[in-house]
Every structure is written in structure tokens, then in C-alpha cells.
Design a protein. Structure first.
Length: 297
């Protein structure tokens, strides 16, 4: 956790800038985006806390203060880069794993009130103008189709033009003729939908659901409490990134720069996802190793 915070602080001073954001550390052979592995570190940290500290009657707000601190410190560091999408992922990871841990009912109301107040405060005092325009363009994309709503409009055109069977591999026009910005990163799914059509997207989304069900099965069959929370946190990390990216591309959420796991271009994102899947497989392996008759004897 200390290394995670130090790397996020280092980005603010020695990080590389691109597109108005300062998010990367140039290692010479690789540009590392520390906020990506930091999400996985948060999953491990929360799993460790909830794994060690049981609360049969439900967690109180006081007992949730350490997880809240583990979440908010990197949240504000990443928000200052600025990177709203990745910062919000920390809150989503915390919320998912905390709900799974089952707080007291009254704690839900307190956290909900705090979250609502933070959202109002963030809108007026933390969000940049371009971030507000993205939210407004989501609610009314036709208002500025050549400006803030351009990406979303081109994404919808790409998805709609794919039809049932798609235009074929590398035959899409929106992506390969550069009408669609960020086609290899945030909007990679729109390119897939244009080339492979409706049936291709159903297959694509089905693969993610298979990963979801497999991951939840691993979590429920883990041999200890830490393994349960670790596997569940990894599943939520991958699942929510995929859901947010897809909803963003379809226009149901503002464009916030969340990569599509295992698909979007980006070494830090791919490395983090593969490490997360490795942890998930390790939880399953430990369960199978313990259950083997030779190991039990």
C-alpha cells in the first residue's frame, strides 16, 4: 500500500503528460500508469482487512473507517491527475466489497448520505469544465455533436452500422477511417461491433459473463475468508470496468476513460488484469490443493 501511494504521488511530480492529464511514469522500456495496479492493490488490501476482521452482526461505520481511508487517499491523488474514471473505480471497488461484507443497515444510510453529499460537492468544486461537459453531452448528445458529443455520436454510428453480421474484419469505416477517436483504447468495443455485428457482440459479452460466473464460483468455493474476498474483489474489478466501458460506449454513462479489460490498448491495464486473473487462479489452485486426499492426510 505504501508503494502504491508513493507511485501515485510520484506521478504528480515526474509523470508524463498526454491529453491534458499527467498519469504515467516513463521507465524507459515501459510507461507505467500507477493508478491501474493501484486498483488491484486496493482489492488485496480490502480483502485482507475484511478477511481478518469479522463482524457477524454487520460492520459499523467506525469499523469501516480503515477501508474508507484506504480508498479515499488514492482516490484524491488520482482525481488530481486528473483521471475521474479511474478515481471512481476505487469507490466502486470499495462499495462492491463492502456490500459483500454486509455492513449494518444504518451504516448503509450513513454511507449513502455521505456519497450523495460528496457527489454534490464534487460537481461544484472538484470537476473540471470538460468533465461536466461530458456528463451534459451524455444526457443530450445531440446538443454538441461536433464537440463534447462527437465521440459518443461516432460510437453509436459504428455500432449501428455493424448490423447483424458486421462488415468483416478490418472492413469497418468509422474506426479505420479515423472518424471514431480513441478506437484502440476506450472505444475498442465500438470497432468490434462494427466489424462483427450483433452476433459478434453477443458472443463478446457472453465471454465476460462466463468469466463473471467462473470468478464467483471460485470465490464461493475459496478455502478461507481472505480468499473469498480476494476472488470476489478481482471479479468486481474486471466486471465493473467492462460494464462501465460498454455503457459508456452505448451512451448510458459519460465518457470517463475506463478501459475494457483484455481488449483496450494499454500495457498497465493489461498487466493489471492478467495479475488479477492470476490471483483468481491462485485462489482456485489453493482450494484444489487443500481438497486433494493426499494433502489432507
Amino acid at each position: 500500500c505504501v508503494l502504491r501511494i508513493l507511485s501515485l504521488v510520484a506521478v504528480l511530480f515526474i509523470g508524463d503528460s498526454a491529453g491534458g492529464s499527467q498519469r504515467w511514469i516513463n521507465l524507459g522500456f515501459f510507461r507505467l500508469q500507477p493508478s491501474e495496479p493501484a486498483k488491484l492493490v486496493l482489492v488485496v488490501a480490502l480483502a485482507s482487512y475484511y478477511g481478518r476482521k469479522e463482524a457477524p452482526q454487520g460492520y459499523t461505520l467506525r469499523e469501516l473507517l480503515p477501508p474508507i481511508g484506504l480508498t479515499l487517499l488514492p482516490f484524491f491523488l488520482i482525481l488530481s491527475q486528473p483521471d475521474l474514471g479511474t478515481a471512481l473505480m476505487f469507490v466502486i471497488i470499495f462499495a462492491s466489497m463492502t456490500v459483500f461484507a454486509r455492513p449494518k443497515i444504518f451504516t448503509y444510510f450513513i454511507l449513502g448520505g455521505m456519497g450523495g453529499g460528496a457527489a454534490v460537492f464534487g460537481w461544484f468544486f472538484l470537476l473540471k469544465d470538460y468533465q461536466k461537459r461530458r456528463i451534459e453531452s451524455m444526457m443530450n448528445p445531440g446538443h454538441d455533436p461536433s464537440g463534447a458529443g462527437y465521440q459518443l455520436e461516432q460510437s453509436k454510428i459504428a455500432i449501428g452500422s455493424g448490423g447483424k453480421l458486421g462488415k468483416g474484419y478490418l472492413e469497418g469505416t468509422q474506426g479505420h477511417l479515423h472518424f471514431l477517436p480513441e478506437r484502440h483504447t476506450d472505444f475498442a468495443f465500438a470497432v468490434w461491433a462494427e466489424e462483427w455485428g450483433f452476433f459478434g457482440t453477443v458472443f463478446f459479452i457472453g465471454v465476460y459473463f462466463l468469466m463473471l460466473f467462473w470468478g464467483l464460483h471460485v470465490a464461493m468455493a475459496a478455502r478461507d475468508r481472505f480468499g473469498v474476498f480476494l476472488a470476489f474483489g478481482v471479479v468486481m474489478l474486471i466486471f465493473w470496468q467492462a460494464v462501465i466501458n460498454l455503457l459508456m460506449i452505448l451512451g448510458f454513462l459519460p465518457v470517463v476513460g475506463i478501459p475494457l479489460p483484455l481488449v483496450s490498448y494499454g500495457g498497465s491495464s493489461l498487466m493489471t488484469t492478467l495479475l488479477a486473473l492470476g490471483l483468481l487462479m491462485n485462489v482456485r489452485m489453493r482450494r484444489d490443493y487443500t481438497a486433494h486426499p493426499l494433502n489432507q492426510s
